[in-house]
Write a protein that binds this ligand. Structure first.
Ligand code: PGA
Length: 244
């Protein structure tokens, strides 16, 4: 795992966007695994700016998002499809037909989740997978549990995640209790992985991801087994990590 220290959120966002931009420049028809949440918003802003400056072309890029709330339609303002449209897709020249987010309304969800994994594999797997990390060490919505779940699946969100995400909803009762998420195997199938993290609330999770035992109680710890992971984090998120 390579750790890149950023001064603050803006610096983290610029550095992360530069890594994604390099991927798109080197392989214009690359497959990006994308993430939602507060952390990558600045990264997406920088990518939009690079596109507007004429430095990036998304016309051949394919994307697969990590997760979606179960029960939210794509036009719901808290759905992750909506988030991706508003924060990235609507502002660059990506073909929306090449963008994929698990469907929060899928009916036969076991079949639909299997199809999602098959589609990621058929596309050649993610050249670069962007990840945030939850305060509890989750990646995507792979919550701490007693085993690593391989494929895309439906999860019960933990109280800590429901609490953390309630800031974006009118009330905590409006936060969906379940979500669909790429599994750990789907994530680990990426050729390279970029984790972004900022703020002291992430410090323990970032430490455990990089230096803790590889255990499903900290799902991000599995990334220690991936050969090509870059963590771009600010000083606060790295506060518990040794300076190497
Ligand atoms: P956040 O979420 O970026 O909103 O902190 C990260 C995550 O839960 O993966």
């Amino acid at each position: 795992m390579r750790i890149v220290r950023a001064k603050d959120y803006e610096d983290m966002s610029r550095k992360a966007a530069a890594i994604i931009a390099a991927q798109v420049t080197l392989k214009p028809d690359c497959v990006l695994g994308l993430a939602t949440g507060s952390t990558p918003i600045g990264t997406y802003k920088n990518l939009v700016a690079a596109y507007e400056a004429g430095d990036l072309d998304f016309s051949q890029v394919k994307t697969y998002n990590l997760d979606e709330y179960r029960g939210l339609p794509g036009d719901h303002d808290q759905s992750y499809r909506y988030f991706m449209n508003v924060n990235l897709f609507d502002h660059v020249n990506i073909d929306k037909a090449n963008t994929h987010v698990p469907d929060g309304l899928m009916e036969d969800y076991e079949a639909a989740c299997a199809e999602y994994d098959a589609a990621v594999a058929a596309a050649g797997h993610q050249d670069l997978q962007l990840l945030g990390i939850g305060n509890n060490g989750h990646i995507g919505f792979n919550e701490p549990c007693d085993s690593f779940i391989k494929g895309t699946h439906c999860v019960d969100l933990t109280e800590s995640t429901i609490q953390a995400n309630s800031r974006l909803f009118d009330s905590i009762d409006d936060v969906p209790r379940q979500a669909y998420t790429m599994g750990i195997g789907t994530i680990m199938g990426a050729k390279s992985i970029l984790v972004v993290a900022n703020g002291d609330a992430k410090a323990q999770a970032v430490h455990d991801m990089c230096y803790g035992p590889i255990v499903p109680s900290c799902p991000a710890s599995i990334l220690q087994l991936h050969p090509n992971v870059v963590v771009v984090a600010d000083e606060a998120a790295l506060a518990l990590c040794p300076v190497e």
